[in-house]
Design a protein around this ligand. Sequence first.
Ligand code: HEC
Ligand code: HEC
Length: 348
Amino acid sequence: MKAVSAALIRLTLIALPLATPVKAETNDAAKLRVDAAALFMPIATPVAPQDSVSVQRLELGRRLFFENRVSMDGNISCAFCHLPDKQASDGLPKSIGVFGKENPRNAPSVFNAALNFKQHWRGDRESLEEQAEKALLGPASFGNPDAATAMGKLKAIPAYAAAFKNAFPDEAEPINSKNWGRAIAAYERTLLTPSKFDAFLSGDTAALTSKEQAGLRQFIDLGCVGCHNGAGVGGGSFQKFGVQSDYWKETGVAVPDKGRADVTKNDADLYVFKVAGLRNAAQTAPYFHDGSVADLNKAVRIMAKTQLGETLSDADVAALVAFLGALTGKVPANYAAPDPYPDAQERK
Ligand code: HEC
Ligand code: HEC
């Protein structure tokens, strides 16, 4: 007993000169950065392409993203549900599409969607290209009966002939739904939103406040990073929503979405969803695939309980939410509608 105390005292004495507050804080931040760099990857604004075909393809993609005349009621564009002033989501529990039809799920942000390993909550779209092409036919998105009908609407707008030709110069009939998907996907790949967290990961440990750092430490130590990791802080795997307890008992929904099981018809996929990417999460309420939770504090508590079996203190929740706030990036400058091409003139 005595020996232990003596050893402890000796240790304390040796440790003392190092334990000045400033130094400790710097060391903690440096260690946190090293730990975080092993789990996440910083992102940066993509470098704009220089060659004319890529430039024109991107510009076409942007134009198509904001084009509402391709929908059956003439009102719906991609941006109708992915709004610039809502960090590219729509603020609704479930999106409303063509002729006022409700979608079965909540609209995630398209910012950083390029980092996802699959698209949609249930991963039923393999790529950004496939996602954009299928939206043309979605009964609660654009509502076209077939791709030809959708493309007919674009062909009726004269300026698209040259725009598609310039973006896909090797093709005889470039206005087709495949190229619609390719142009929009190329544009979406530019929609990355670097944040303070990326500056921190890249070595600027002062980029995060001490509260945000405390939240990041919790995010790592609690085990959120087991699922939310990589460049997207999620978006890289499928996981059950409700590992420790049924999610709908926490979110309060009456009829739970079965998740990926409805896509694969495999019971092992019951209540399995793509792990949400958490970049910009502070700006994209309401939360979860069904938009059932309006408040980020509550969403964080539910995650800790259903995924990790943890009940968080108010201080833990506040720190985690502060960290999530540090994942908010700027709306990209090119996320804005160009002046629309004029309609065809009526024949005299
Ligand atoms: C009527 C509203 C609506 C319109 C119009 C719409 N979306 Fe979405 N978007 C959604 C909803 C809802 C989801 C989630 C669907 C799901 O997971 O079942 C989604 C999901 C996505 C995703 C996947 C994001 C992720 O994290 O998984 C991308 C990318 C996307 N949309 C891009 C587009 C593009 C491009 C267009 C235009 C071609 C478009 N959206 C049109 C509502 C809409
Ligand atoms: C076992 C995997 C797993 C763990 C651990 C986990 N999550 Fe999640 N998280 C998910 C999945 C899957 C979703 C999507 C759920 C759904 O279907 O809505 C999600 C969604 C979220 C959302 C909602 C995002 C949105 O845009 O709707 C937040 C916020 C979140 N997680 C934060 C956390 C935090 C904080 C922790 C740690 C306390 C955590 N998660 C731990 C798998 C996990």
